[in-house]
Design a protein. Sequence first.
Lengths: 418, 169
Amino acid sequence: MSGHTLTEKILAKASGKKEVSPGEIVIARVDALFMHSPRYKFKHFEKIGGVKSVWDGDKVIVAVGHHQFLPSSQEYADAVTFVRKECKRYGIKHLYDMGTGNGHYLMLEKGHVWPGAVAVGSDSHTTAYGCIGCLASPMNFETSEVMLSGKAWFKVPPTLLVKLEGTVKRGVSARDVAQHVLGIVGADGALWHAVEFDGAYLRRLSIQQRMIFSLLTTEMGAMCGMMETDAVTLAYMEGRSRQPFEPVYRDTDARYAKVLEIDVSELEPQIAVPPQPSYTKPLADAAGKKVQQAYVGGCTGGGIEDMRMAAEVMRGRKVHPEVRLIVVPGTVAVFEQMMKEGLVEVFTSAGALITPPYCGPCQMICVGHLGEGETMIGTHPRNLPGRAAADTEIYLASPYSTAAAAVAGEITDPRQYL
Amino acid sequence: MAATRGMAWTFGDHINTESILGSGKEENWGSAMDGVLAYYDPEFSKKVQPGDFIVAGRNFGSSSGRPAGEILRSKGVKAVICTSSAMVFYRNTWNIGLPVLQCPEILEKVQKGDELEVDVEAGTIKVLKTGEVLQAEETPWILLDIYRQGGMLGWIKSRRQEYETLEQA
């Protein structure tokens, strides 16, 4: 009998089974449920009738400030007012309101998830929390049912193991590596799979930088993107976790559907070209493309290190006169750290615009819409048709490359500014 | 539930949910009803008939987890049959009460405008012009249970006594 992967072991534990195997349907207890726009789920409650409360008000987290830092319309204001009222009515204890930040960063920062936990969320990027060894998977419509039962079903996935070894060159960031992996695996290369990451390169990264990898597994079609708990994880969790936890480790003889070994040492800056996050190319292939908007932030670029990388390029330089550079801190804590380190001044004196913390103009639903025919480069996860107006183009790259494009007015190798 | 007949609308690989239901339109469909899948086939939204089927390639419904299946159901679509479906779209759409069948050979055997007879319970797709019957992959038992109750809301109501969070009659 062979051993089990991290994903299999967490699913077995959460469903009260000795072991589980790929293909099996299991019903697992849920430790955290994340939602940003639960309005229609409360409408479901009205249709069901007689809902007394959610199963555990401490385990339901609503981040109404995720998509908008202030309501951009009457309709949104009314929706948020309704959600606040309903959270109270059903005993939901954690509501992150306008201006508090991007929900995915908040889930980690505020200790709502921990190693070995099972989390589900209505946002497709809920895979994010896998970076601390939590099994985190997106589901949307069904979160109404999870709110009532505290359980969710899963089809135990086959697992793809990605091992990242080596040391990156100067000017190449975690986003470049994650983008490279996404390009190799492809938009459905991990469909209905778990992806587990490991390797010396990965283990040297901070939790916020590891999150780029776990979060982007959604763009490969994955159910979850996992990493084992290590000293970095335990240090991050110190004083943060809302519950004592027992990390789960994979068996040394775990069985993987596929193993991918990647040496990052020779990797050059990468870029995703429209219209798929997985269309990864060397950045050099897109060099010279004019941009009108550059955006540092989003679920894969709103961490403090992302801000530092962008600031390193911007220090002493100006945003190109035909470009708008929008900087979006992931959370208030990231914003405060930026102030302490003098990064806010670097950005404002360069002519960048800093918004309050939120998810940013990754979808054009709060501010920062693209005009017809415009091109944006950003550190966010997606560039698909329908996320901005027709006849616009979105490129995805590292904070270095995004800031470099803001300076040059076109996509360019960031290393000339470092 | 008996097999139903309808016409096939074909699409390629990696059709994302944003191209079905655009960002920010989740709660106010408005113009979204005219823009469903328009990026890939501008005719679809204007000419789709109640009872028609969507036939697509790999990874249908990728990207955002918004319940885009709801707008497809409102357009009259009776089932989605694809080579493979993105996970959240698949789960959402069955929970809405709209079936998604994964059938690896579907795009090789079906062209736009072909008439199909689909039996959701059996997971079979009959291509009427050739008479060939295709078998979809097995649907998780829990989703068939949910489907038989008309979707998640009906399923919850039918098992009301299992929820401590609900008032009991």
